[in-house]
Design a protein around this ligand. Sequence first.
Ligand code: HEM
Length: 226
Amino acid sequence: MEQVEGERNVMEIREICKRLLCDITTTYIFGVNCDAINNPDSEMYSMAEKSMTFKAARGLVAEFFPKLLKWKGTKMYSEDVRQFFASITRQSIKMHLENNLNSSTVINMLLERYKIEKSRIDDLDGIVLEDIMAHALILVFSGYETVNNTLAALIYELTMHADVQKQLYEEIVKTVNDHDVSYDDIISIGYLDHVVNETIRLHSTNAIIDRRTMKNYVIKAENPDE
Ligand code: HEM
């Protein structure tokens, strides 16, 4: 925020949201804060960005004809992205096992799930490492772009609707008051929930949903004459 550019006080909110989400995502997945928000040359940030920029055609084939990609041996991510995240996953596993880190990172949960202990540090067979990396990458993929897009859209909508911004601000101040914010505090701010839901309704990050409903569902009208 201190680095507002030029006399017009222009700020590239989209990029700030992306960098913030890169820091948050890699912290809760790998336990590594890459500080992309302060480091313009963060390699983690450029790789996270690169993992999102696969060709649309490849994405569509992967979505609808996954077996075709498998048959052709085509990978979703480019080799440098795969190598980078494989290396980060390996380093993070090592860091957790060597320091007996009992943190709430995704890597720690996966180590517990696969029952991997310190004695196996130099002998993680390919399958387990690939599995852990796949879990980690899918969370980078699902959590990074969706949330940074939504956050940028939410900030945009708040700037366009000053009344909503004011009410949201007041609700947050009332809840947070002077203490450290907890997860339960955030969940309890009902108006925040409405603002996020409305943002997602207006600016959906998922263009396609390919799941089928198992049974019919009727959305009930709020007013009887609707
Ligand atoms: C604004 C934020 C988000 C939106 C709008 C969103 C939206 C969605 C949607 C629509 C799907 C279903 C996709 C489909 O069926 O084709 C989905 C699936 C999924 N999302 Fe999100 N998501 C968000 C944030 C996150 C975050 C933060 C994570 C994890 C860190 C996450 C992880 C996942 C995973 C793992 C799946 C697949 C679930 C499964 O296969 O059963 N998402 N998301």
